[in-house]
Ligand binder design. Structure first.
Ligand code: FES
Length: 153
């Protein structure tokens, strides 16, 4: 189909793109903007590896069309910290070994950062439930919960 002209704000930078209207936000940030920290796991909304923020809310970018996000603030893992400084959640994941292979980590961290603004309870079980959309094949879940708990305290 014919390309569409799309203006996107990603990590505070304005981008003008000509893309196929069927392009997912995931493929857009990875292939068009070369922001490859966001990972493609399942491409079907099942794993959370592709999690980004849209106006501060977590979104599975594989399920969302890039062209629907004009006028919104998109944040990827590359934009979550300040230049030269990890976001506190990134630092906590390092401190608590919240990853093994690292493939799911960007999505885990983006999800965890958004969770800070969601009305979830503070028990380990509630944090686990709130993070249940982010699959870790290595099974680093208890360390991920520890990292999140440190930041929420
Ligand atoms: Fe989007 Fe798995 S790649 S949820």
């Amino acid at each position: 189909s014919a390309n569409v002209h799309v203006r996107l704000n990603v990590n505070g930078t304005h981008h003008e793109l000509d893309i196929d209207p069927r392009t997912t936000l995931l493929d857009c940030v990875r292939d068009h903007l070369r922001l490859t920290g966001t990972k493609k796991g399942c491409d079907h909304g099942q794993c959370g590896a592709c999690t980004v923020h849209v106006d501060g809310r977590r979104v599975n970018s594989c399920l969302s069309l890039a062209a629907t996000h004009e006028g919104e603030a998109i944040t990827t893992i590359e934009g979550v910290g300040q230049p030269g400084h990890l976001h506190p959640m990134q630092a906590a994941f390092v401190e608590h070994d919240g990853f093994q292979c690292g493939y799911c980590t960007s999505g885990q961290i983006m999800s965890a950062v958004a969770l800070l603004n969601e009305p979830y309870g503070h028990s380990d079980e509630e944090v686990k439930e709130a993070m249940s959309g982010n699959i870790c094949r290595c099974g680093a879940y208890s360390n991920i919960v520890s990292a999140i708990q440190q930041v929420r305290r």
